[in-house]
Design a protein around this ligand. Structure first.
Ligand SMILES: [Mg+2]
Ligand SMILES: [Zn+2]
Length: 147
C-alpha cells in the first residue's frame, strides 16, 4: 500500500478548512488514520448523517489520494481476475459466484472513483462511443473478436 496523501487542514469529506481530526477506517484492515474534518462534516457524522454514494467515493479520494486509490484499483482488478478465473476453471460453486459478485462490487467502486479522478465526462464519452460500436457490430455479420 502506498503512502497516504491527504491534504492537511482540509476536510477529507468536503475540502473545507478543517479544525479537527477524526479517526477513520473506511477500508477495513487497510489503514487507520487521523483524517482532518470540518465542523459541518463532524456535526453530520455525530448526527449519523449518511453520505451519498458520490460523497463516499470523493471522500476516499480526498483522504487517501489518487495515487493510493489507483493502487487499490490494481489490487481489486487482480482479485476480480482470480474470481472469474476460478469460475471458468471449476464448476461454479455457490461460494465462487458469491466471491465473483463481491469482487465485481469492489472493482465497480474503484472504477467509479477513477471516473471522478479522470473526469466523468471523458469516461462517459468513451463509453458512448464503445456502446455505439458494439451496437453497430450487433447489426452486422461481422462477428470476430468480442469487444
Ligand atoms: Mg476485493
Ligand atoms: Zn467537511
Amino acid at each position: 500500500m502506498s503512502r497516504i496523501k491527504s491534504p492537511r487542514n482540509k476536510c477529507y469529506i468536503c475540502g473545507a478548512p478543517a479544525n479537527e481530526t477524526v479517526t477513520t477506517q473506511t477500508i477495513p484492515d487497510r489503514v487507520e488514520l487521523q483524517a482532518p474534518v470540518c465542523d459541518d462534516c463532524k456535526q453530520k457524522m455525530m448526527e449519523g448523517h449518511n453520505m451519498t454514494r458520490g460523497e463516499i467515493l470523493q471522500s476516499a479520494i480526498n483522504k487517501w489520494g489518487a495515487d493510493a486509490q489507483m493502487g487499490v484499483l490494481i489490487e481489486e482488478c487482480a482479485e476480480l481476475i482470480q474470481a472469474v478465473s476460478k469460475i471458468k476453471r471449476g464448476e461454479g460453486a455457490r461460494d465462487d459466484w458469491d466471491n465473483f459478485a463481491e469482487e465485481l462490487a469492489d472493482v465497480q467502486i474503484m472504477i467509479d472513483q477513477m471516473r471522478l479522478i479522470v473526469g466523468p465526462g471523458t469516461v462517459d464519452n468513451w463509453e458512448e462511443r464503445k456502446l455505439s460500436r458494439l451496437e453497430r457490430r450487433l447489426g452486422t455479420t461481422e462477428g470476430g473478436d468480442t469487444p
